[in-house]
Design a binder for this molecule. Structure first.
Ligand code: FAD
Length: 442
């Protein structure tokens, strides 16, 4: 019996789905998890609320994974959002959608999702072993025969590699899958942090504004040093992964309007994370800088008029007081310093050149980007097992018979919004079916 077993390595989103589905189809399934409990990353996802998918239509959904997204077509045709939601409903998990089409459990509790998968696996007799890390995959004549663990070899006819990425290693996702697959001859495309905050060169400046949360600002990344940015090029529309429309003109890398934060090391928050990977890739070529338009609703002319009006109307007010009406409190003193205008100067004494200096800074607060935060702080790992070596309809390895992949271990990463979990669930479902077919027919 055990020789016809399916072994799933990794009890994350993809692995639990694969194990449950393979068992549901009649396979004898063993799920190995190296930590002491399953679903650690699901539990911290969406700030513990678990943004499990998105209501976007299929084509738009797929565009959220960039150029590799097309690989997911077959998996999504087999098992997509509505299937996932129906599955969760069967296990008592109702869901709701929020801003940006993000879908969460109605309870706002990621534990409900993990418990649903645990129940699914229990219902179909999946055996699981926690505290059991896979250290190698054994093959004979080009096909899998077993999984090596610290406690011995476990025979299997089909193996699903569901070890996740290399970010947030405390959840158990330490990049083992890349090493296991590479040892079998699989190509691992360059691993990079994605959905990651960015470190700037001007750390003291960032620190002086640390903790500022900015809403409705436009963040634009440029492939040039900050002092070479031409702010008149700043797009008025978003451009970047998942946004259809014209490619941004060089040297613009991406531009997004929304919410971001200034931190003690640089910049973070939603639009920064979305831009993270494009910036990481661009840093390979030449310097990258960002420009924050703090007043994107007003063009230069309109902002000039607004400043002139404020300065005239409140002529007796100090420059610092005027800034308080224009900026979050924590940015007032840094702006005084950066514009080099005395804070107590009366508004009516501020000359045209000084007003232009303020205007330029409001429209283009700049930082030179040094690096992303390390992989451990990224939400997702970009890169992984090359998709050219995986059959998209079955998730089977094209190199090793009986080996299947799912989830983040593959060269796939999506934007924030529920795309990464949906990819893991869908590819897990397909990998589980394929592994079961092999095990039950061999
Ligand atoms: C803070 C944070 C928040 C996130 N929020 C969201 C969100 O709201 N929505 C969304 O779509 N995505 C989110 N993501 C991304 C998403 O969680 C992952 O992309 C997804 O969980 C990947 O699923 P996976 O099954 O491929 O891998 P994982 O969920 O990482 O699971 C891999 C499992 O394999 C185990 N493992 C690793 N090596 C071995 C080994 N050698 N032997 C045995 N077991 C092993 C690990 O311990 C782990 O349990 C978030 C990520 C982070 C870090």
């Amino acid at each position: 019996m055990t020789t016809k077993r399916v072994i799933v390595i990794g009890a994350g989103a993809g692995g639990m789905m694969a194990a449950g589905r393979a068992a549901e189809l009649g396979a004898n399934v063993l799920l190995l998890e190296k930590t002491t409990s399953p679903g650690n990353k699901i539990l911290i996802s969406g700030k513990t609320r678990c943004n499990l998918t998105n209501i976007k239509e299929l084509d738009d959904f797929i565009s959220m994974y960039g150029p590799n997204g097309h690989f997911l077509h077959s998996a999504f045709h087999r098992f997509f959002r509505d299937d996932l939601l129906a599955f969760l409903r069967r296990y008592g998990v109702e869901t709701k959608s929020e801003r940006g089409g993000r879908v969460f459990p109605a309870s706002d509790d990621a534990r409900d999702v993990v418990e649903a998968f645990e129940q699914y696996m229990a219902d179909h007799g999946v055996q699981s072993r926690t505290d059991t890390g896979a250290t190698g995959i054994q093959i004979d004549k080009g096909r899998v025969i077993g999984v090596q663990t610290e406690k011995g070899v476990l025979p299997a006819v089909a193996i699903v590699l569901a070890t996740g990425g290399a970010s947030y290693p405390e959840t158990g996702s330490t990049g083992d899958g890349y090493r296991l697959a590479a040892a079998l001859g699989h190509t691992i495309t360059k691993l990079r942090p994605a959905l990651v905050p960015l470190v700037v060169h001007e750390v003291p400046r960032a620190k002086s504004m640390q903790g500022v949360s900015l809403r409705n600002v436009r963040l634009t990344a440029y492939q040039c040093p900050a002092d070479e940015i031409n702010p008149s090029m700043t797009p008025t529309k978003d451009c970047g992964r998942g946004i259809s429309g014209k490619q941004a003109p060089w040297p613009i890398i991406e531009s997004r309007m929304g919410e971001m934060m200034i931190t003690h090391f640089g910049i973070g928050g939603p639009i920064t994370l979305l831009m993270g990977l494009a910036v990481v890739d661009a840093l390979e070529n030449s310097p990258v800088s960002v420009s924050i338009d703090l007043k994107p609703a007003l063009d230069e002319k309109q902002l000039r008029q607004r400043l002139q009006r404020d300065f005239d109307r409140y002529g007796k007010r100090s420059y610092r007081n005027i800034l308080k009406g224009l900026l979050p409190q924590k940015m007032v003193d840094p702006f005084v310093e950066m514009t080099a205008i005395p804070p107590d100067k009366r508004s009516h004494e501020i000359d045209a050149e000084e007003r232009e200096r303020l205007l330029r800074l409001l429209k283009s607060l700049r930082f030179n980007i040094k690096a992303p935060l390390p992989m451990a702080s990224a939400m997702v790992t970009a890169g992984g097992v090359s998709l050219e070596e995986i059959e998209p309809r079955s998730m089977a390895s094209r190199l090793i018979e009986g080996l299947y992949f799912c989830g983040e271990v593959m060269d796939l990463d999506g934007d924030t919004g529920g795309y990464n979990l949906q990819a893991a669930f869908s590819t897990g479902y397909v990998a589980g079916e394929s592994a079961a077919t092999r095990a039950t027919s061999s």
